[in-house]
Design a protein around this ligand. Structure first.
Ligand code: MGD
Ligand code: MGD
Ligand code: SF4
Ligand code: MO
Length: 800
């Protein structure tokens, strides 16, 4: 690697961005005498202006004495208290790893090798993610293990079943109201929080739904403090208000959603042309033309109505004559939604959600009368057994507000065009179909976008179901801590024939592998960034982030490990014979910007592409509006795909599978609702070893309301036991008015010690530990996405 001559001595600064979390804040790093001394925010960058304490603490991460510095090989059996780590050379390690993987492929097939990776939104494995895909799919395995089923699937793929796109970027510069749902960007995504605060200061209103009054939610005009896991009922309550009061966008609903499509009352399925004529097409749907008072056909394939001047009926029941001449009772999709929503009117859902009815009416009124509305949702909705339906209900609510892709709504902003390198095209369809979990979740993460859940991997390892998995490449994922049922995770890792971890630290997961390879942190490696997430201008911004300093000791970047491994696995040609910069040049080719230009522009280059709004209304080559990227080209309030797979096609509320309502007999002993949340100081299971951070959050805590605490004799800062029917942990009580009574909010990720501050580590498996993953099992899952109930389980608390 080449660094600037200044790296040889003196002081210099390097522009880049912090790769620790999803915010990717732009930074200026100062190096003195070859040592990184500080990181500041880069004010001249479209993703600049803010930074958090974690980014500021990055020098401690770079120089931490517990960082892994050399490739290590296990010499003693797994499960042995002493792994017998032996330092080995890079070539020896990589040669042996490649040989073992090829042998396993030879014996069991490529699918017996799985690859797990740290989350994009909270690790710098993000730098390497595209190359990891290329490696795994080039090797021939479909088994890409991620945490998307408890992370972003519900806001992204879940949302796409309604809108044909992942949740787009809120156009906050032009929004008059913002709906924040189960997301706390002040702690977890600073750039977004900054955008919201700026919009608020020019008058934008905020509605938030969160069981806790924290961050932006604490400044909201209306905060809906919802019982965890009942957000679907709350969304339906808001829908009821919009429909009942006529506050929805009727023009948008009529022209751009499938709300006017007719449903058969007998089957609840969409009425199709085939119901009306023997020669009719099952793909063509029917709407009721109010002007002519007759049914007309909507052709899904072309996106056109049989009659251009039709005025589709939005609400109501109609009788149509079927192909046998009998009358068939039908209603519009919107009529059916109105009926479902009326069962959750604010007054009726108050006992379910615990949100006062009057607040729900106020929130609906505020949103409807302060358009355009933009929104964001995330983890608070994604870790429940009903997460998919909740995401559908929130999407339906947003559809009724009509602001998708309008100025001030959530907008699909342009990004520079780059060549994709993630290797998805290398995997044959029939191999992708064998992905673990795909049979049970045909519309879930294993199908779209192509991810396995850790629990399905563990079943394949421990029970050879549906087939054996023998090896794991683990690139910076701490699966022991991030998956539910950490004890089973340990058993599975111990049962593997071969496992490799690339890591910054010796984590509980790395500890169970055969090789542990030392990875660089973001200050020691370069990357090509294709656009930033949260701002319109930043999406157009390309940047080459150089290494600030040379890698310490023998650390290497994941990207360089992948390129080297690829050569040894016979994939050299697909990896530019190991030349990473040739790979970057290939990616950049269509953008009009070269790697040399980027290197000469350290702050990056913004590619000018004009924003287009309401792209759904633009005509396609046939002259018809292109609509949305859904099967019907309409926003799908009714999902035909869901219907075809036996899932409820209309958004419905399902009570969480472990709740006081669904399991009253368990709730007698475990009366409190267990949820969890992230906090500003740490990312998942990381950074507990950094003194600057551990100082501010030394111990694991659980938040609970004064009433909840008093009922069992708990005082603020007491050590308490949090118990579920599955297990227990010990944490400190934080007694706070900010949380809904009856709810206990934990934090996950506590395992690492901080020697400098003499703060202990925590056993991931023990009842005396602090790992909330041992509190929930993996049996109860969302039927579509396989999400687990990290945020709606039952528990009780007592003083320790
Ligand atoms: N500091 C920090 N930043 C991070 C991360 C981190 O670990 N630490 N992780 C990164 C990653 S991978 C992700 S996915 C994002 C996640 O970012 P967020 O979505 O903000 O994650 P959380 O703070 O865990 O959850 C958001 C909110 O959900 C609320 N909540 C809990 N249960 C419920 C519920 O049932 N309903 C509703 N409506 N709300 C509920 C919590 O009170 C919390 O305020 O953050 C990224 N950034
Ligand atoms: N109970 C509970 N469980 C949860 C959640 C929750 O809210 N509650 N949240 C879930 C969510 S949203 C997510 S995304 C997952 C996250 O789960 P994981 O992706 O497993 O995240 P971490 O636990 O932070 O582990 C990431 C590991 O990557 C290492 N690392 C960091 N950067 C690099 C790098 O550049 N290269 C390499 N090789 N290693 C690196 C870190 O040292 C760390 O050990 O957890 C999920 N699990
Ligand atoms: S919010 Fe903090 S950790 Fe995340 S990118 Fe910005 S500075 Fe880094
Ligand atoms: Mo996540």
């Amino acid at each position: 690697m080449k660094l600037s001559p200044a790296s040889l001595g003196g002081a210099y600064t390097v522009r880049g961005y912090c790769a620790l979390c999803t915010a990717h804040c732009a930074t200026v790093t100062t190096v003195e005498k070859g040592r990184v001394v500080k990181l500041d925010s880069d004010p001249d960058h479209p993703h600049g202006g803010v930074m958090c304490i974690k980014g500021k603490a990055a020098p401690e991460l770079l120089y931490h004495p517990d960082r892994l510095d050399y490739p290590l090989k296990r010499t003693r059996p797994k499960g042995d208290p002493d792994p017998g780590w032996k330092r080995v050379g890079w070539d020896e390690a990589l040669d042996d790893i490649a040989e073992r993987l090829l042998a396993i492929r030879e014996r069991y097939g490529a699918r017996a090798v799985a690859l797990a990776k740290g989350t994009k939104s909270g690790t710098s494995v993000d730098d390497a993610e595209r190359w990891l895909g290329r490696l795994l799919y080039g090797f021939g395995s479909p088994n890409w293990v991620s945490t998307t089923h408890v992370c972003n699937w519900h806001k992204d793929t879940g949302f796409s079943y309604t809108f044909g796109t992942n949740l787009p970027t809120p156009d906050l510069e032009q929004s008059n109201a913002f709906l924040l749902w189960g997301h706390n960007p002040s702690s977890t995504s600073l750039i977004l929080a900054e955008n919201i605060v700026a919009a608020r200061s020019r008058g934008m209103k905020i509605v938030a739904a969160d069981p806790r009054r924290v961050g932006i939610a604490s400044q909201a005009d209306i905060l809906l403090q919802v019982r965890p896991g009942t957000d679907g009922a709350l969304a339906l309550a808001l829908i009821h208000c919009l429909l009942e009061e006529g506050w929805y966008d009727a023009e948008f609903a009529r022209n751009w959603t499938n709300g006017p499509f007719l449903l058969r009352r007998d089957t609840g399925k969409l009425l199709t042309e085939f119901d009306l004529e023997a020669s009719g097409d099952r793909e063509r749907c029917v709407v009721w033309d109010e002007s002519a008072e007759r049914p007309i056909i909507y052709d899904t394939a072309s996106g056109s109505m049989e009659k251009t001047a039709a005025r589709p009926l939005l609400f109501g029941e109609r009788s149509v004559r079927d192909k046998n001449g009998s009358e068939m009772a039908c209603e519009t999709v919107l009529q059916a939604i109105a009926r479902i929503a009326s069962r959750y009117s604010p007054e009726r859902s108050e006992p379910i959600t615990r949100v006062p009815a009057q607040k729900v009416w106020q929130a609906a009124n505020l949103l409807a009368h302060n358009r355009p509305v933009s929104m964001y949702m995330w983890n608070g909705l994604g870790q429940h057994t009903n997460a998919t339906q909740t995401s559908r209900a929130v999407a339906a609510l947003y559809a009724l507000l009509g602001d998708i892709d309008r100025p001030g709504g959530n907008v699909v902003f342009p990004k520079p065009k780059l060549n994709g390198v993630d290797g998805k095209d290398l995997l044959p369809k029939e191999v992708a179909a064998q992905r673990l979990g795909r049979a049970e979740k045909p519309l879930g993460p294993p199908a779209k976008p192509g991810n396995c859940a850790a629990y399905d991997l563990f079943t394949a390892i421990l029970e050879s179901r549906p087939y054996p998995v023998k090896a794991l490449l683990n690139f910076g994922s701490n699966g022991i801590m991030s998956s539910a049922d950490s004890r089973r995770a340990r058993a599975a890792l111990c049962a593997l024939e071969f496992a490799v971890a690339t890591e910054l630290f010796m984590t509980p997961t790395a500890e169970l592998c055969d090789y542990v390879l030392p990875a660089t942190c973001f200050l020691e490696m370069g990357n090509l960034s294709n656009g930033f997430e949260h701002r319109r201008r930043a999406k157009l911004h390309l940047q080459y982030r150089p290494a600030v300093v040379l890698p310490l000791a023998e650390r290497r970047s994941d990207t360089s490990m992948i390129f080297e491994l690829a050569k040894r696995l016979g994939l050299g040609e697909r990896f530019w014979d190991g030349d990473i910069e040739a790979g970057y040049a290939h990616e950049l080719a269509p953008s009009g910007v070269t790697l040399d230009q980027l290197k000469a522009s350290p702050g990056g280059i913004t590619v000018e592409i004009p924003t287009r709004y309401r792209k759904y209304s633009e005509a396609d080559e046939t002259g018809i509006a292109r609509g949305f990227a859904t099967p019907s080209r309409k926003v799908e309030l009714y999902s035909q795909l869901f219907a075809a797979h036996g899932y409820p096609p209309l958004p419905v509320y399902e009570e969480p599978l472990m709740s006081p309502v669904s399991r009253p007999e368990i709730a007698k002993e475990f009366p409190l609702i267990l949820t969890n949340a992230k906090f500003t100081t740490f990312i998942h299971s990381q950074q507990r070893a950094l003194p600057a951070l551990r100082k501010s959050s030394p111990e694991p805590i659980a938040e609970l309301h004064p009433e909840t605490a008093a009922a069992v004799g708990i005082k603020n800062k007491d050590w308490i036991v949090v118990e579920s029917p599955k297990g227990s942990i010990r944490v400190r009580a934080r007694v706070t008015e900010r949380i809904l009574p009856g709810v206990v909010c934990c934090q996950h990720g506590w395992w690492q010690e901080c020697r400098a501050l003499k703060q202990p580590g925590y056993d991931p498996y023990s009842d005396d530990g602090a790992n909330p993953s041992v509190l929930i099992g993996t049996e109860l899952r969302d039927p579509v996405s396989g999400s687990l109930p990290h945020r709606s389980y039952l528990c009780r608390v007592r003083p320790a």
